[in-house]
Ligand binder design. Structure first.
Ligand code: UDP
Length: 455
């Protein structure tokens, strides 16, 4: 579909963002993709972690009062967070949309509400105003099942875990080991309720958009279709379909000096370490990682986010003897231009927490991974990487310097690592195909645009 075609039809999409880095990035990338297809875009976001409006003059922005800025809710307390956003944002969002709909401009008509799955109240508002809602998963297709399926067999409104998997024990689903990823058999009731609410909204949506590639989750996708009637468009990874000119959506300032440092390193020699925007760890773990890196004798680029260890400023907890030992061989930054880092020829491995964005970014650049998931969907990402696609190794159990040193050497220099690297390169080639003309993501995007125009 040509850009002009959609523009002349005057369709505006209202995108609702969940205010954390791993959700802001894909949602703004999606906005850029849809804008490049000719749709006008309004970004609705809570005040907390506001994206920088000035960086995106092509979008309109609306900021909703959220009550989060002053609260003590931890970013990892998903239930409290999502519930606070619903309580504080639902009414102002409905009010805003009502006002918008009153201005009946045929050249700028609201076509639908496209919302992050965690902002599920947006579907309720869309239903109230008789607008179509499109649910966006910024993570794997498997998270649709992850939220819908749970281990207890007989509770109302949920899909039984046993029933879901016993009927079709596809190898991919078996490798994901939902039983384990889903956590304890006795899931707290508020979390179960949240899963049910998010799943309910997804089922009410006119369509679902997922930041994944079909071939990566083929068997899971077949299973998901059994439970979710709406059309599902796998148009990921968004960061690759977004026009290359798209501005950075980082909330933290990227330290680009690490790129000049990478320029001086040998090809495939550097291990890049980053645990994303939300993981925190204790001092002991940080120090074990430091010595593991030092003892591996490999060059490394390490993102130590301020506050990675709760209460710390930055790297003051790292011993001076470590800093002296790795001088010149290691580069530590507060925040990196990660996509550029992963695309750099010097980077030969990525030690990651397996957030879905990081996982997709690594897959697209053919970089093999060391996986250390902490919470949420990170365990799912790690299982895909290590057990399904087999392009990484998992670092399990207590983190200790000897284990880290061995794992890094296995990935970066041993024969096992060479095989993993080859598979990672193969996966990148498949991803390139998927994104190119007539590839599955490319085609799904065109189908999505047509679907929106049919509303
Ligand atoms: N990121 C970045 N620089 C860094 C670390 C991370 O730009 O130093 C970006 C990364 O490219 C990804 C996002 O932050 O797009 C993190 O999302 P992810 O889903 O991997 O993890 P989360 O932060 O949600 O745990």
């Amino acid at each position: 579909m040509e850009k002009q075609e959609a523009k002349s039809l005057g369709r505006r999409l209202v995108l609702v963002v969940f205010p954390f880095q791993g959700h802001i990035n894909p949602m703004l990338q999606l906005a850029t993709i849809l804008n490049s297809k000719g749709f006008s875009i309004t970004i609705v976001h809570p005040q907390f972690n506001s994206p920088n409006h000035a960086k995106h003059p092509e979008f309109s922005f609306v900021s909703l009062p959220d009550g989060l800025s002053k609260s003590n809710i931890s970013p990892t307390d998903l239930v409290a967070l999502i519930s606070a956003l619903k309580t504080n944002c639902e009414a102002p969002f409905q009010q805003y949309l009502e006002e918008m709909l009153k201005v009946d401009d045929p050249h700028d008509r609201v076509a639908c509400v496209v919302y992050d799955g965690f902002m599920h109240f947006a579907q309720v508002v869309a239903n109230n105003l008789k607008l179509p809602g499109i649910n966006v998963r910024t993570s794997a297709v498997a998270t649709l099942l992850f939220f819908a399926v749970f281990p207890r067999a007989h509770d109302q409104g949920y899909i039984s875990f046993k029933e879901c998997l016993a009927q079709a024990p596809a190898p991919e689903l078996q490798s994901l080991d939902f039983n384990d990823v889903l956590g304890p058999a006795e899931i707290p009731t508020p979390l179960l309720e949240l899963r049910a609410t998010v799943t309910h909204a997804t089922k009410k949506a006119s369509a679902v958009i997922v930041n994944t590639m079909h071939f990566l989750e083929q068997q899971t996708m077949s299973k998901v279709h059994e439970y979710f009637p709406s059309p599902i468009f796998c148009i990921g990874p968004f960061h690759k379909l977004a026009p290359p000119s798209a501005s950075s959506t980082s909330l933290l300032k990227e330290d680009t000096s690490c790129i000049s440092w990478l320029d001086k390193q040998a090809p495939n020699s550097v291990i890049y370490i980053s645990f994303g925007s939300m993981v925190s760890m204790d001092e002991k773990e940080l120090v074990e990682i430091a010595w593991g890196l030092a003892n591996s004798e490999q060059p490394f680029l390490w993102v130590v986010r301020p506050g990675l260890v709760h209460g710390s400023e930055w790297i003051e907890l790292l011993p001076e003897s470590f800093k002296e030992r790795v001088e010149g061989r290691g580069c530590i930054v507060k925040w990196a231009p990660q996509k550029e880092v992963l695309a750099h020829g010097a980077v030969g491995g990525f030690w990651s927490h397996c957030g879905w964005n990081s996982t997709m970014e690594s897959v697209c650049e053919g970089v093999p991974m060391l996986c250390r998931p902490y919470f949420g969907d990170q365990g799912l990402g790690a299982r895909y990487v290590c057990r399904v696609w087999k392009v990484g190794l998992e670092l399990e159990g207590v983190l200790e310097r000897g284990k880290i040193e061995r794992a890094i050497r296995t990935l970066m220099v041993d024969s096992e690592g060479v095989e993993i690297r080859e598979r990672a390169k193969d996966l990148k080639e498949k991803a390139d195909l998927c994104l190119s003309e007539d590839g599955s993501s490319y085609n799904a995007l065109n189908e999505l645009a047509q679907h929106i125009l049919s509303f």
